[in-house]
Design a protein around this ligand. Structure first.
Ligand code: HDD
Length: 678
């Protein structure tokens, strides 16, 4: 179990933000000009029942500000949630890079991380089937470095010029703006079938990776191949990974759909509460490194963003740890106004010619100009570097800095030609001098042409349960498409990946099974299956179904469950307190009306009936649904009577009167082989 940490952890960036905090509580009410106002409830009128007067500057100011309160949401990744934290490297990586935050193991670098869904609008739900954004801003002493990644290591397309097409296809359809936050519709699948480079990505997207249990339980990936450059100027190809210490876990699809109704804020609430409780989420930074000399040694092009570097071939070295330890003070000021950009780099980190990355290097600044309203978004508190910044850029909407002096050009003599350029040996950024030659062509390299082998490797790497989930996901999504030709084209496409996948999906859709194609590879990578992930009881949420008169054993169970890091919460038939047989009182967190089994990882039944009929009426459904979602069910004392009355709730993960076995079951989290439905 993690040691609980104090709230409100601070760091260099948080201290900088502190200068901008404003506490309004206990203060006099004024206009924005500082004028104290006698009244904030009534507009100025000509007579008590008369019209409002133009002269009412207070009304006009308040209303105008309100009318302009919203900014455009992000064109993708609109719904997100941000948290502060820190990153520390374990040992100097000077062999590979001269980036200071990666070479000084004593340095804690402040970070701000924003997790997001991609397709949904800002008000959409947290658990659609979707890719999750995983964007990290490191506030380093050499400037901001942004690692703007996803929870899936590959991407849909190979060239950034296709990004607007991809996004048009996946967003709600333009003629009726349906469906919200979902890829289960014709235009998306039409895009997939007609842009077959998406084959590998779509396998990930139809796997359990796209319905995470928690942001805290997802891997992160920089996706592209980047370059690390050391002080001697030697370069290495690198892929970045974030490995969650809690492991990689998902919910099941039926659950995801229900969560979106029961608690659309499921993931943000989970993250916010974990950080408030001191259960700080942690990830290790992983690097896969390929020396320059080995660039062409693989059976895929290492610049192709639809390819992974199998971990068995190129191991992931864990080089440092990121801890998220402080919630924001204000979601708009921090999470909404943060501006990420893959082009924000520091000396020692450089780009490659991945054509998707190259296009991203244009798009991100461009989008902030419209979203944040002008070229000074770097001055917003959340975006400011923690190191000084000086140049001859001036003016623009909302400029905060008051640049003193007459000189705003280079070269100059009036300010001794300052701000002065900094040589590389003194910390100036120098682009890696990669040799480039070629004709100007609109083309894709032949080395990017194999779209299916790694998609097949992904399929081969899945366990039977994961394969079943994927078959169901394809069948669901294609089943929501209205146009038969789209379904048929996708079936044809996935038949290149695996007949074992295409056949049952075709059967579920009532369509002809595509002919069997030759197997592309029998290679598998165990790192791809979530079945091989870390399992811990920490922060697993347990619904404890208990009512007045509960047995004294329950207090002991609760103590042990908490000491193992789980989060037991009492669910009963009334709010307030429940009183046990020995007079012990327990605070009720939810009732059977406000809670639902899909919001918990496990159920513990401690009573058989409550004060009202609600308990006996609602508890069986609660337990049965958790069982159907493969979750652990435990019972103690009278809870056994209720459990035994549900005759089909038995088998793996159903534990009576044994706390150790129950904690093991909670750690296991899901009993997927429990396929015989009650
Ligand atoms: Fe992107 C946002 C991740 C390809 C253009 N992207 C955005 C965010 C993440 C990613 C996590 C949200 C950042 C935040 O929380 O504010 N994007 C990726 C990854 C990609 C990728 C991992 C492929 C490897 N993106 C990509 C391409 C383009 C864009 C090819 C365009 C050429 N992405 C954008 C954007 C966004 C954005 C339009 C919308 C809001 C923003 O930038 O700040 O510029």
């Amino acid at each position: 179990m993690q040691e609980k940490k104090p709230k409100k952890t601070t760091n260099e960036k948080v201290e900088q933000l502190g200068q901008y905090y404003t506490v309004d509580e206990g203060k006099d009410l004024t206009t924005n000009q500082g004028l104290k106002m006698t009244n904030d409830e009534f507009s100025l009128k000509a007579g008590e029942r008369g019209p409002t007067l133009m002269e009412d500057f207070h009304f006009r100011e308040k209303m105008t500000h309100f009318d302009h309160e919203r900014i455009p949401e992000r064109v993708v990744h609109a719904r997100g949630y941000g948290v502060h934290g820190e990153f520390q490297v374990y040992e100097s990586l000077e062999r590979y890079t001269r980036a200071k935050f990666l070479t000084d193991p004593t340095k804690k670098t402040p970070v701000f991380v924003r997790f997001s869904t991609v397709a949904g609008s800002r008000g959409s739900a947290d658990v659609p089937r979707d890719v999750r954004g995983f964007a990290v801003k490191f506030y380093t002493e050499e400037g901001n470095y942004d690692l703007v990644g996803n929870n899936i290591p590959v991407f849909f397309i190979q060239d950034a010029i296709k990004f607007p097409d991809l996004v048009h296809a996946l967003k709600p359809e333009p003629h009726n703006e349906i469906p919200q936050a979902a890829t289960a519709h014709d235009t998306f699948w039409d895009f997939i079938a007609n842009n077959q480079e998406s084959a590998h990505m779509i396998m990930w997207a139809m796997s359990d990776r796209s319905i995470p249990r928690s942001y805290r339980m997802m891997e992160g990936f920089g996706v592209h191949t980047f370059r690390l450059v050391n002080a001697a100027g030697e370069a290495f190809f690198v892929k970045f990974h974030w490995k969650p210490l809690l492991g990689v876990h998902s919910v099941c699809w039926d659950e995801a759909q229900k969560i979106n109704g029961k608690d659309p804020d499921f993931h943000r609430r989970d993250l916010y509460e974990a950080v408030e409780n001191g259960d700080y989420p942690e990830w290790e930074l992983g690097l896969q490194i390929i020396p320059e000399a080995d660039e062409f040694k693989f059976d895929f092009d290492i610049l192709d963003p639809t390819k992974i570097w199998p971990e068995e071939d190129i191991p992931v070295q864990r080089v440092g740890k990121m801890t998220l330890n402080r919630n924001v003070e204000n979601v708009f000021a921090e999470t909404e106004q943060v501006a990420f950009h893959p082009g924000h780099v520091v000396p020692g980190i450089d780009f490659t010619n991945d054509p998707l990355l190259q296009g991203r290097l244009f798009s991100y600044t461009d989008t902030q100009l419209i979203r944040l309203g002008g070229p000074n978004f770097h001055e917003l508190p959340i975006n400011r570097p923690v190191c000084p910044f000086h140049n001859n850029q001036r003016d623009g909407y909302g400029r905060q800095t008051i640049n003193v002096g007459r000189v705003s050009y280079s070269k100059n003599s009036l300010a001794n030609n300052t701000p002065r350029p900094v040589p590389a040996e003194d910390g100036g950024y120098e682009h890696y001098q990669e040799k480039v030659e070629g004709r100007k062509v609109r083309a894709r390299s032949e080395s990017f042409a194999d779209h299916f082998t790694q998609a097949a490797m992904f399929w081969n790497s899945m366990s039977d349960v994961e394969k079943e989930h994927m078959i169901n996901a394809f069948s669901f999504e294609l089943g929501k498409c209205e146009t038969e030709s789209v379904r048929i084209q996708v079936l044809e496409m996935i038949s290149n990946i695996s007949h074992e996948l295409a056949k049952p999906v075709a059967e579920n859709l009532g369509l002809p099974v595509p002919s069997q194609k030759p197997l592309l590879t029998d290679k598998a990578s165990s790192a791809l299956s979530q079945m091989n992930t870390v399992k811990k009881p920490d922060t697993r949420k347990i619904a404890v179904l208990a009512a007045d008169g509960f047995s004294k054993e329950l207090s002991l169970w609760l103590q042990t469950l908490k000491s193992k890091g789980t989060m037991p919460e009492i669910v009963s038939d009334h709010h307030g307190k429940i009183v046990g047989e020995d007079g012990t009182e327990l605070e009720v967190k939810h009732t059977l009306l406000t809670a639902d089994s899909v919001l918990f990882d496990a159920v513990l039944i401690a009573s058989k009936e409550g004060r009202s009929v609600t308990f006996a009426k609602e508890a069986p459904d609660f337990i049965t649904e958790a069982f159907l979602h493969y979750k652990p069910i435990g019972a103690l004392a009278e809870g056994n009577i209720l459990l035994e009355s549900l005759v089909n709730i038995k088998g793996a993960g159903v534990v009576q009167n044994n706390i150790d076995a129950y904690i093991e079951a909670v750690t296991e989290a899901r009993f997927w082989d429990r396929n015989g439905k009650p």
